[in-house]
Design a binder for this molecule. Sequence first.
Ligand code: RB5
Length: 141
Amino acid sequence: MIAVGSDHAGYGLKQAVMAHLKERGEEFKDYGTYSEASCDYPDFAEAVAQAIIKGEADKGILICGTGIGISIAANRHKEIRAALCGDCFSAEATRQHNDANILAMGARVVADGLALKIVDTFLDTPFSNGANHVRRIAKLS
Ligand code: RB5
C-alpha cells in the first residue's frame, strides 16, 4: 500500500498522482490534506511516516511546494528514508542505493508530467541489495 500526503501547495499534484496510481492499479490511501486551504506540511509528513512505521504502508509519496519541508519532517524518524526528487535519475538511484521508502516532490518545482514519470521510476525500481548499500543504510539508523 502506498501512503500519499501533501500540504495545500501540493494538493493539486497529489490529485494527479492519485489518479495516476489508480490507473496503475496501485493500492493507496490519501492521508490529506483534502483541500487547498492553508495547512502545515509537518502534519501530513507525520501521518504518512506513521503509516509506514506502523506497517500500514510500504511506501509513501509526499508533496509540498518545494518538497523540502515535507521531506525534512518525514526524515525525523529513523525508519524513514524520504528522498526529494525532481528528476528520474535521482528517483532511480535513491531506490537502488538508499532503499528510500518515501518519494518527496515539490509541486512548485516539477510539472505534473515529469512528476508522474518520477513516481513511475520510484515505484518500479527495486533496491539493489548490494552489501555496501545495506551497510550504509544500517548506519543511518
Ligand atoms: C507553503 O507555502 C510552502 O512553504 C510549503 O509547501 C513547502 O514548500 C515548505 O517546504
